[in-house]
Design a protein around this ligand. Structure first.
Ligand code: GLY
Length: 361
């Protein structure tokens, strides 16, 4: 088992990565000395695959287990579904020592985490991510929250879990498209933080599906991505500065997602297109070599991800949407741009002309 620590001034926690560990979830949570009551929140599909294993393990370890299912998908990431969790906690007399467990992808983690952050001003929270994207990004670092009808992730809290438990075996039931989407965030870490991870991905035979990827490489990818995220979050938990580099590719991705009403692309696909565009911006601005940008684009292609923003999308609408982004500070759009593979910087000096050049080409 690999263990990575997220070091924080208060409440540091561990990320564990081991095939088959889901069947040990009861023992792992028992080691944390939390209360006896746990609420396992999942979605119907994930629960049908893994619910019984998790519940058996939790009960065997002496926990009193309650379950709640929320349909999969972004439309369910709202306060209405947080309220459902509150209702169960109230009805079953959950206390501050009780624990909410998120068994699922990013949506389940975000909703459950926000409920945990706010019920009784905070109960214990454990993340058991089941998508590649949640394993390498969403489940680590304490961003929890839900969408407002007017915008994504507008309601939320930084609330760290007590444990992130990753069992790579559960990826066997993840749809291929979702696996690739998660790989976009892995490539992101290669570009902004870990040049050696990038080189490993370049050398790999295949990175575009669970079936084809070397299991040893998958374990390395999970460990290195978790380590990258843990390192960044340990240095800047509340996104005062450095943590914003995790948004590489996300500025344009969010614009593309919102203009297509979150219907056309999964998040990782939009991030892939956003990284290609941000890479071009870095090259046009003279911050990054064309040769390294090409290596990035080749890797994105190898992961089976899209490179180009579809020509049907109105480019001016993308530029307008950038102004509405959460990352706009004092009216200036901030971009994360690479300077070398493994290193990135944040700038608000990207002119509209440069953005146009990057997204129109
Ligand atoms: N997904 C970006 C962050 O956690 O900061």
């Amino acid at each position: 088992m690999n263990k990575i620590t997220v070091n924080l001034p208060q409440d540091s926690y561990q990320i564990t990565i081991a095939g088959g560990s889901l069947s040990q979830i009861g023992n792992q949570i028992a080691k944390l000395n939390l209360g006896r009551k746990v609420l396992l929140v999942s979605n119907p599909e994930i629960f049908s695959y893994y619910g019984a294993t998790a519940i058996t393990s939790l009960k065997t370890a002496g926990f009193e287990v309650y379950t709640h299912l929320i349909e999969a998908g972004e439309p369910y990431k709202t306060l209405k579904y947080v309220q459902q969790i509150y209702d169960i906690a109230l009805k079953n007399h959950f206390e501050r020592s009780s624990t909410f467990i998120a068994l699922g992808g990013g949506v389940i983690g975000d909703v459950t985490g926000f409920a945990a952050a706010t019920w009784l001003r905070g109960v214990n929270f454990v993340q058991v991510p089941t998508s590649l994207l949640a394993m390498v990004d969403a489940a680590i670092g304490g961003k929890t929250g839900v969408n407002h009808p007017q915008g994504k992730n507008l309601i939320g809290a930084f609330y760290q879990p007590k444990l992130v438990m990753i069992d790579p075996n559960v990826l066997k039931t993840l749809p291929k498209r979702e696996f690739r989407a998660g790989m976009a965030e892995v490539i992101k870490y290669g570009i902004i933080w870990d040049a050696d991870l990038f080189a490993k991905l370049e050398r790999a035979e295949a990175i575009d599906s669970f079936e084809k990827i070397d299991p040893k490489l998958l374990q390395i990818i999970l460990v290195r991505s978790a380590k990258a995220k843990a390192d960044v979050v340990s240095k800047d938990e509340k996104e005062a500065g450095l943590r914003a580099i995790l948004n590489y590719g996300h500025t344009i991705a969010h614009a593309v997602e919102s203009l297509t009403n979150y219907q056309c692309f999964v998040h990782g696909e939009a991030v892939a297109m956003g990284m290609v565009a941000a890479g071009k911006i870095a090259v046009v601005m003279g911050n990054w070599s064309e040769q390294e940008a090409k290596r990035q684009d080749k890797l994105i292609e190898k992961a089976g991800l899209p490179l180009k923003i579809p020509s049907q999308l109105n480019k001016q609408a993308i530029i307008d949407a950038l102004q509405r982004d959460k990352k706009v500070k004092a009216g200036k759009v901030r971009f994360v741009i690479p300077t070398h593979i493994g290193l990135a910087t944040i700038t608000d000096k990207v002119t509209t002309r440069v953005i146009e050049k990057a997204i129109y080409s």
